[in-house]
Write a protein that binds this ligand. Sequence first.
Ligand SMILES: NC(=O)c1ccc[n+]([C@@H]2O[C@H](COP(=O)([O-])OP(=O)(O)OC[C@H]3O[C@@H](n4cnc5c(N)ncnc54)[C@H](O)[C@@H]3O)[C@@H](O)[C@H]2O)c1
Length: 440
Amino acid sequence: MRMSVIGTGYLGATHAACMAELGHEVIGVDVDESKIALLSDGKVPFYEPGLPEILERNLTEGRLRFSTDYREAAEYANVHFLGVGTPQQRGSYAADLTYVRDTIATLVPLLKGDHLILGKSTVPVGTAAELQDLADLLAPEGTTVEIAWNPEFLRESHGVDDTIHPDRIVVGLRDGSPAEPTVREIYASQLAEGIPFLVTDRQTAELVKVSANSFLATKISFINAVAELCEASGADVVALADAIGHDDRIGRKFLGAGLGFGGGCLPKDIRAFMARAGELGADQALSFLREVDTINMRQRDRVVQFAKDTFGGSLLGHRVTVLGAAFKANSDDVRDSPALNVAGQLSLSGAAVSVFDPQAMANARKVFPTLTYADSLTDALSGAELVILATEWQEFRDMDPQEVGKVVDKPNIIDARNVLDPVQWRDAGWNIRAMGRTLS
Ligand SMILES: NC(=O)c1ccc[n+]([C@@H]2O[C@H](COP(=O)([O-])OP(=O)(O)OC[C@H]3O[C@@H](n4cnc5c(N)ncnc54)[C@H](O)[C@@H]3O)[C@@H](O)[C@H]2O)c1
C-alpha cells in the first residue's frame, strides 16, 4: 500500500521505515529540513538500534523517500499517518496540540478523493473528534477525510521491533467509519502473525495510550516510594521487588527502584492526562497522578542529597562524574532526562560536574551547554571524588570496580539505577550507595 507519515521524529521516522520494511510504499514528511535531508541521505537523526539498516535498505530499494513538501504526500497516498509532537504546553500541564492541528490544516486542503488519516501521536481524549471537525471544514469539495486513532506503543531503543512486532494494534473509529478494512490491510502481515487487533471508538483508543503510560509511571513511582521506606527501615528494595514480582498479577518489570522515569513521553503524558481530566470535570479521578509525578521528581533531589551527604553537606568545588545523559540506555533522547537534571542540579550547587554518555552527548550539550562533557568513560572518571551512575548503559554496568578505582581520586559511587553489584564494589574498597538499599 502507499502511505505517508507526517512528522519524522523518533516515532515517525521509525514508523515510516518499518512500514516500508513491511513492503509498503512510504513517503515521510517533516517541516524540519535538516532532518529530512539526513533521512533522505540514509542517516537517522537520532540513535535507535536497528533503524539505520532498515532506513538504508528501503531507500535503496525505492520503497521509502522523504520530503518537506506536503503536496507530495497528498498526491502520493490516500492513507496518512500523523506522528508529529504533542509536547507539554509552556506554563500548563496540558498537551500542546499546535503541531497536530497544523498538520490537518496544511494537509487536508491539498487532498483529492477519499483519504484516511491515522493519528499516532499521543493526544488528549477528544482530539480525534476535534480534528475530524477541522478536516470536514477544510476538505475541498468532493473530498472525504476520515480520521481514526491508532496509538503507538513503541519504546525508544526497541522501536524497530516494537513497530514490526507490536504486542497489540489498537484503532479507534467513529460510528459507521469505513476505515477498518484499510487498517487491516496496512497491518495484514502483523494480523497474520496473530498480533491482537482491537477496534474501539476513538476516545477509548486515545485513552488506551495515556492509561498505559500512566500505569507504567505509577508502577515506577510505587517502587520508588517503597524504596524510601526501605531506606528508612533498613530493608532492601531490590530483594523486595524480586519477591513481589514473582506474583504474576504484579510482575517484576517496571519495578526497578532508582532515579525514576523521564523522556519525551511518560512525564508529559501523565500531566496531559490530569489536565484533560480537569477539563472534563473528572480531576479528582486522576489526582493520584500528581503524587506519582511528585515521587518521581523527588528521586532526582534525593540523588543530589546523597551526593551532598558524601561531602558532609556541601558540593562546593567537589569533582563529580555523572555517567549518563540520556533518559534511558540505548537512546540519545535527553528530553526530561533524570540524569541531566541531576547533573544540572549538582553543577548549580557548586560541584565541578563531568558528564559522559555513549550516545547522547550532542543532545545533552544543546540542553546544558555549561556542563563539562568528557571524551570517554575513562576521561570522565579520571580524578572524580564521586561517581553517579545515572543511566543504565551496559558500558557502565560492566565497569570493573578495581580498574575504576585506579582512575578516580576517591572511591565514592552512587548507583542511582541499582544495576551494580554492591558487594563486589564494596569489596573493592568503594563507598557505594544505592537507591532503596541498605548496604551496611
Ligand atoms: N518517542 C516515542 O517513543 C513515542 C512513543 C509513542 C508515542 N509517541 C508520541 O508520538 C508523538 C511524536 O513523538 P516523537 O518522540 O516522535 O517526537 P519528535 O519531537 O521526535 O518528533 C516530532 C516531529 O514532528 C515534526 N513536526 C512538527 N510539526 C510538524 C508539522 N506541522 N508537519 C510535519 N512535521 C512536523 C517535528 O519537526 C519533529 O520531527 C508524540 O505525541 C509522542 O507522545 C512517541
